[in-house]
Design a binder for this molecule. Sequence first.
Ligand SMILES: [Cu+2]
Length: 183
Amino acid sequence: MRMLSLLGSGIALAALPTLAVAQIPPDFARKAQMGAPATISANAAIAHIDAAGKAVHVVRQGTNGFTCSLIPDGSDAPFCADAQGWQFLADAFTGQPKPTSTAPGIAYMAAGGMHYETPDGEIVMAPGANTKMVQEPPHWMLLWPMDATSGLPTKATGATYIMFAGTPYAHLMIYQDPTTLKL
Ligand SMILES: [Cu+2]
């Protein structure tokens, strides 16, 4: 996944409106559910993240603790996250200065996604003058601030790496197709 600006207002996500919104495309839920195998996505909540409006709109309630959505950065990459993972990602895409999740979370991105990369392979959260968009293969993520001193790579050079190392949104990327897992 890639993210837009981290510059946030500091407003807690809990204070954001969670309203049903009529203008969400009718195929939003179908596309969002492609983030994870049907065993998870069929029973997941569906929510729309309004990055500009810093708001989350619940489209459908779920029963398994997961929420599926599309990454609101232009890529529309589908993802499905558990409760802590959803908190982490919703905070990121509504511009909160740091995640308010209280434990590690998981998110599946079965259709892959995109990130921005500098010419030397640094992965950055927002586009810059020399950045290019790079495709991510199907993967899942361990969403918890990861310390770059762990020794894990911080560039997409292998099967796993720390994305956004050195930021509050550092997390572990794992290049493993969620559709191949027993979930
Ligand atoms: Cu990621």
